[in-house]
Design a protein. Structure first.
Length: 547
């Protein structure tokens, strides 16, 4: 692909707006790879990263990244190449990202539970030159999946494996003698995040060095981070929330220490909090609830905690009100999206604001509108569609021109798909979603993706996938099926999807067999009516079929 063709991957900010962001100091012309070099100079012997018994200083991390960048270059990875990165919470995730940043290559963040369907899609969409996977993780062997995809996609030149590599290249062998590199432009794509997915499979979100470097500084300031802070990565590191809100990179920016947890459960995380004197962490509501159930019984010393961030899904006021008394630290509600806009409650906000709102936008340069169906601004306090633009909010998805025409207003506001209102004090309250997405414990699941795949089941004539309320996870996936003759079982639907390489967390957990799907006046499936009908009916059996 030529440089000109690569340029089309990013929808740029208009020249005048970009110039204003630079003049105001939001964008400083920094690249993420060079930022690490500066952090290493400032905090060389300080421990940057902890995983199990491994402790890596800033200086050691910087040197590792240089050697790995040289190693990737020796395997043909060059500036502009996309590399699909699918690793769990291990130090190699961080090292690979920064090595690629220094080369000007683009990590594509893939979720650890993804299987062949999703990984193939990401490789095809990004024209990935390489794939990075673990040998095994939580009982799944990634090598056959990588073999299948690499055979089918000639553009995939290399597969790097963390662990025993089989026929591929061991990530541990990606090492070379560092040589001077031409740094990428700060306005170039640094990496690609995944959209929540309102279409069949996720879209890619380009994040530039300029916009993400600003996000790190601004998030760190809102959280009052210093070099004395220690951040626990309890959530998957590839999520925007723990990666940079302020997360891993924001902690590095402040000169603090990052601790990687292998599992988000209370047993492991409480032990790490006590051992490493963790000062803050980020959770989704379902995980926060699980921690709350354990905190009253633990003998671990959690007194080092000063801040718990909760985001990724709607936090109920009743759950929010329990956090500070239970953990003896501050709660910060975070609303945000990989596409950009972030909103935080502040540490000096009154309790009413922290419990009942999602706070205020991160940046003075964030522009937020709440509009009705015609695009007109609603009165303060009224619910409408949330639109946003700003110095770290994208102007277009990667290689998605047709979708971008619908997802953005002519003047560049991103249609978030969220319903929101603004309180009299200027705080955001998120009221729901326009998008057909199910949020299960913080994981976003496209209903359209699962519907399309289930239509291939021999016993399914028609199907609608909807969210059903769940007290722990927030929402669960429910498949409403019009059968062809004999109804399918929930188990057979799961097996069918599993065979198609669908991630386990996306599988339906409830099956409703219906004679027909209710329709709107325009002939579309009326999911609101379907949800109302099912929630009003009798409880389900253990399998999830209405009794």
């Amino acid at each position: 692909m030529t440089t000109t063709e690569r340029g089309r991957d990013l929808t740029p900010w208009p020249d005048a707006i970009a110039a204003a962001y630079r003049a105001s100091g939001y964008w400083r012309g920094e690249t993420l790879g060079e930022l690490l070099r500066g952090w290493a100079r400032a905090h060389g012997s300080k421990v940057a990263l902890i995983h199990g018994a491994l402790r890596i200083t800033y200086r050691e991390l910087d040197g590792w990244v240089d050697r790995m960048a040289a190693g990737f270059a020796s395997y043909g990875i060059t500036c502009g190449d996309a590399v699909v990165l699918q690793l769990p919470n291990v130090p190699e995730f961080v090292a690979v990202c920064f090595a690629l940043f220094r080369l000007g290559a683009r990590p594509v963040f893939a979720l650890a539970p993804y299987r062949s369907s999703e990984i193939r899609h990401l490789c095809e969409l990004s024209d990935a030159a390489a794939l990075v996977v673990p040998a095994t993780h939580r009982g799944f062997d990634f090598l056959p999946m990588a073999e299948e995809i690499s055979v089918d996609l000639p553009s995939l030149r290399q597969v790097f494996v963390h662990g025993e590599p089989g026929n591929f290249v061991a990530l541990a062998d990606v090492d070379g003698t560092p040589e001077p590199l031409d740094p990428p432009s700060p306005s170039d794509i640094a990496f690609l995040l995944l959209s929540g997915g309102t279409t069949a499979l996720p879209k890619l979100i380009p994040r530039t060095h300029d916009d993400y470097a600003y996000q790190l500084r601004a998030c760190g300031a809102v959280c009052s981070l210093t070099e004395k802070d220690t951040y626990l990565v309890a959530l998957p590191v590839e999520f925007n929330f723990p990666w940079g809100c302020p997360g891993v990179l924001g902690t590095f920016q402040a000169g603090g220490t990052v601790v990687l947890a292998d599992h988000p459960g209370a047993d492991e995380c409480f032990q790490l909090i006590e051992r490493e004197r963790v000062t803050f962490t980020s959770l989704v509501p379902s995980l926060a609830q699980l921690w709350l159930e354990e905190v009253g019984f633990t003998n671990r010393d959690l007194s080092s905690l000063r801040l718990i961030q909760i985001g990724g899904a709607k936090l109920t006021p009743s759950l929010a009100a329990r956090i500070e008394p239970a953990f003896g630290c501050s709660l910060q509600q975070v609303f945000g999206m990989a596409e950009g806009l972030l909103s935080f409650t502040r540490q000096d906000d009154p309790a009413e604001t922290v419990v009942h709102t999602q706070g205020r936008p991160l940046s003075p340069a964030d522009e937020v509108r709440i509009v009705d169906d015609t695009g007109a601004d609603v009165a303060r306090g009224e619910i409408g569609q949330l639109l946003a633009r700003g110095p770290y909010t994208l102007r277009g998805y990667y290689r998605a021109a047709a979708h971008n025409a619908r997802a953005f207003t002519p003047d560049g506001f991103f249609r978030t798909g969220d319903l929101a209102r603004v309180t009299r004090t200027g705080d955001l309250v998120i009221e729901g979603r326009l998008k057909d997405v199910i949020i299960r414990g913080g994981d976003k699941i496209s209903a359209a993706e699962i519907e399309q795949l289930l239509l291939g089941h021999p016993d399914v004539a028609d199907v609608a996938v909807i969210a059903m309320p769940d007290p722990l996870l927030g929402e669960r996936v429910c498949a409403c099926v019009v059968p062809k003759g004999e109804p399918p079982t929930l188990a057979s639907l799961k097996l069918s999807l599993h065979a198609r390489g669908v991630a386990t967390y996306k599988l339906p957990e409830r099956l409703e067999v219906v004679a027909e799907l209710p329709l709107t006046g325009l002939g579309k499936v009326d999911k609101k009516a379907l949800t109302a009908m099912l929630t009003a009916e009798s409880p389900t059996t253990a399998e999830g079929i209405k009794s």
